[in-house]
Design a protein around this ligand. Structure first.
Ligand SMILES: NC(=O)c1ccc[n+]([C@@H]2O[C@H](COP(=O)([O-])OP(=O)(O)OC[C@H]3O[C@@H](n4cnc5c(N)ncnc54)[C@H](O)[C@@H]3O)[C@@H](O)[C@H]2O)c1
Length: 90
């Protein structure tokens, strides 16, 4: 399967990315690398054929559309989040 994981550099997302890559799925990560994002958590996946990282905002409709079409995405896990209540309300 071809999966898009948004927020894949976050706590929950990065663990899911590792699981899906290990299972042999094709995984594209879209993450804006806000204060919560940490590329270090994905560093050991760099260079794998079935993993790629794109820095971008899930609110960028054109970018998301291109990813869905170009990569033939079958499923999306949306784990992009603001992890402080005041920020998430905003
Ligand atoms: N951490 C937990 O224990 C836990 C438990 C249950 C549910 N959840 C839910 O899982 C989701 C993820 O939580 P988490 O703890 O992994 O959060 P996190 O803060 O660790 O990760 C969020 C990620 O989203 C990215 N992000 C933020 N805004 C973005 C945007 N506009 N576009 C692209 N990327 C963006 C950040 O850069 C970061 O990498 C949340 O919805 C949270 O409520 C978390």
């Amino acid at each position: 399967m071809n999966y898009l994981i948004t927020g894949g550099a976050g706590f929950i997302g990065s663990n899911l990315v590792h699981l899906l890559v290990e299972q042999g799925h094709n995984v594209t990560v879209l993450d804006f690398l806000t204060y919560a994002g940490n590329l270090y958590s994905l560093a050991n996946l760099e260079g794998k054929d079935n993993y790629s990282f794109i820095r971008g905002d899930i609110a960028d409709g054109n970018l998301v559309s291109h990813i869905l079409i170009d990569r033939g995405i079958h499923g999306i896990f949306n784990l992009a989040a603001e992890n402080h209540v005041d920020r998430s309300i905003g």
